[in-house]
Design a protein around this ligand. Structure first.
Ligand code: AHG
Ligand code: MN
Ligand code: MN
Ligand code: MN
Length: 338
């Protein structure tokens, strides 16, 4: 069997399909190479001295793990010199990161959650990296400097999105808005190999993912849906549901891309009905593009996540995504209730 490497896949996307330009190809190659380095560090664990806390706090008010900071640094370093970026933004940095003056200024913006699932680092459970690519405004570099407002584009404008999972296998899942493909890292060769040509999420499911310990804070539509799932075959949904919660969004979303399901981190009453826990720009937007491109749906409650106009780099949002029919059911419940 001939194997298709990430490099070959990206070149063909550029040359034969005109789906990406040379800059976006290089950007994704470099992000994938950064993920390889992060995955390598993750795999060393205690032997590499990468476990435990850094002792600092990020702009989200979270205590940073060593790997949160290391992964952020790796992504910043690797992407600094290629000349395809106009700026970067990250869950771990308060403000956006301008490019060094010595490098040419590029046309893309890169946003990332460098290490997703931080609470799972020290317990050897799958974690990952999530990234989103936007186009910088045309004026950047000619007569304007990059500003935070340049990043505040709805998720529907993303030129690409992807994630890596550092688990039993190291995986990379990608979309350029033309379907979703998956690569597995051949750890002997250090090469990403195409292993899923077209990832599709089954429309129906019998599996939900939610942190049940927050039940008392949920809004009525979410409570109603989960009650119906728990009622099983005798309930209004007429089927028995299974539950999974890994607490690494990358791993939960990857399971849904593989065998279907619904993932929820809804906004709840603690956040006065306005926001959830997950970050729109670094988590919800890239994952929503991937899920939609795989035939699923992604909403914040009543509305499509990809249509949301971001108000700030670190804004949070309720997230309900996965198998289309289940997500649409929840959307109906939210619309009926409001
Ligand atoms: P991060 O580690 O990047 O801060 O994100 C953690 C997120 C997400 O990966 C996961 O779905 C969720 O937090 C888990 O939250 P709980 O610990 O509240 O279950
Ligand atoms: Mn975090
Ligand atoms: Mn995260
Ligand atoms: Mn993170």
């Amino acid at each position: 069997m001939t194997q298709i490497t990430l490099t070959q896949f990206l070149l063909e996307q550029q040359r034969d399909h005109g789906a990406i330009d040379a800059d976006l190809r290089q950007l994704v190659e470099v992000v994938a190479s950064a993920c390889k380095r992060i995955g390598h560090a993750v795999g060393k664990g205690a032997l590499g001295g990468v476990l435990g806390s850094q002792g600092t706090e990020n702009v989200q008010g979270e205590v940073q793990k060593k790997l949160d900071v290391m992964s952020n640094d790796i992504l910043l370093q690797e992407n600094a010199w290629g000349g395809y970026l106009a700026g970067m933004a990250s869950e771990e940095m308060e403000t956006f990161h301008p490019m060094p003056a010595s490098a040419p200024l590029g046309r893309y913006l890169l946003l990332f959650d460098p290490l997703d699932g931080s609470s799972n680092i020290d317990v050897n459970v799958s974690i990952g990296t999530i990234f989103s690519v936007l186009r910088a405004p045309e004026s950047i570099g000619k007569n304007a400097d990059i500003q935070e407002s340049d990043f505040l584009q709805p998720g529907s404008k993303q030129a690409a999105a992807g994630y890596a999972v550092y688990g039993p296998q190291t995986l990379l899942v990608l979309t350029f808005g033309r379907g979703v493909v998956g690569f597995t890292l051949d750890r002997d060769l250090g090469e990403w190999i195409l292993t899923s040509e077209q990832m599709r999420i089954p429309e129906q499911t019998q599996e939900f993912a939610i942190n049940m310990s927050n039940m008392r804070h949920w809004e009525t539509p979410v409570k109603r849906y989960i009650d119906e799932c728990l009622a099983g075959q005798e309930g209004p949904l007429g089927k028995n549901y299974n539950m999974r919660w890994i607490a690494s969004m990358v791993a939960d979303v990857h399971r849904i891309l593989t065998r279907g399901g619904i993932f929820m981190y809804p906004r709840d009453q603690r956040s006065s009905g306005k926001a959830g826990k997950l970050r729109l720009m670094y988590e919800a937007n890239p994952m929503s593009l991937i899920v939609e491109q795989a035939g699923g749906a992604a909403i914040d409650g009543a509305n499509r996540i990809l249509d949301i106009q971001p108000q700030g780099l670190h804004g949070r949002v309720g997230v309900i995504l996965g198998s289309r029919q289940e997500v649409e059911r929840l959307q109906t419940y939210h619309r009926e209730f409001n």
